[in-house]
Write a protein that binds this ligand. Structure first.
Ligand code: PGA
Length: 253
């Protein structure tokens, strides 16, 4: 670990869940339970179509809003896509490179890099998800995989990335939605590796989150690790009480 203390971040990735009305209610519940938490950067990542109404719910609060994906071009004939120029009016952050996009939709390392570049170009904080599959994990390739994913992202940047201009989320694919969390030791080891790897290349690393079956039961142990700066939370972010417990665990880090 190096540098000054980093404000922990807990980001709730709602994925493709909730109707707009349910999402507005969930945002209000998160706001009620988490807005007093000043020691944590609390973020919700609803589906695109929820951004405007959820933004109205969160207005004036400390809970920050992000999107789950972005396209790399600013405008044009890209049916169904949403650009960073559009998102910049609605939210502060955007997730890129989530494993579901990489593995279900074929998104490449280079495309993830272009998405981060677009986000940064429009003043959005990009949360870049990286992580190895189970077979890569079992083959001992974890460091090589996350290095390759990060190097591709860094190679796609035309402007300098500042430490607070982006966030990395280490999410082992085998731990996402499976209930099988990496042990704190495993997660710490990879997050520390990521930090050193990025510091070597850029001089400064952003916050590094852990994601993959983060729960009320394991959050405190994970967030106590020196190189884990919070969490990217999927399933548990849909349950406001559980999400608030996870946020509180980050606040005692
Ligand atoms: P999970 O998802 O917490 O449900 O495992 C994490 C993620 O995919 O970001």
């Amino acid at each position: 670990m190096s540098g000054t203390p980093r404000l922990p971040m807990v980001a709730g990735n709602w994925k493709m869940n909730t109707t707009v009305a349910e999402g507005v209610a969930l945002a209000a519940a998160v706001l009620e339970r988490c807005s007093a938490e000043t020691a944590v950067d609390v973020v919700v990542l609803p589906p695109f179509v929820h951004l405007q109404p959820v933004r109205e719910v969160l207005a004036g609060s400390r809970v920050r809003l992000g999107a789950q994906d972005v396209f790399w071009e600013d405008s044009g004939a890209y049916t169904g896509e949403v650009s960073a120029a559009m998102l910049a009016d609605l939210c502060d952050l955007v997730l890129v490179g989530h494993s579901e996009r990489r593995h279900l939709l074929g998104e490449t390392d280079a495309e993830t890099g272009r998405k981060l570049a677009a986000a940064v170009r429009h003043g959005l904080v990009g949360i870049v998800a990286v992580g190895e599959t189970e077979s890569e994990h079992d083959a001992g390739d974890t460091f090589a995989v996350v290095d390759r994913q990060l190097d591709a992202v860094l190679a796609a940047q035309s402007t300098a990335l500042t430490a607070d201009g982006w966030v990395i989320a280490y999410e082992p694919v085998w731990a996402i939605g499976t209930g099988r969390t990496a042990t704190p030791e495993q997660a710490q080891e990879v997050c520390a590796h990521i930090r050193v790897h990025v510091e070597r290349r850029l001089g400064a690393a952003p916050r590094v989150l852990y994601g993959g079956s983060v729960s009320a039961a394991n959050a405190a142990e994970l967030f106590a690790c020196p190189d884990i700066d919070g969490g990217l939370v999927g399933g548990a972010s849909l349950k406001p009480d559980v999400f608030a417990t996870i946020v509180a665990a980050a606040g005692t880090r």
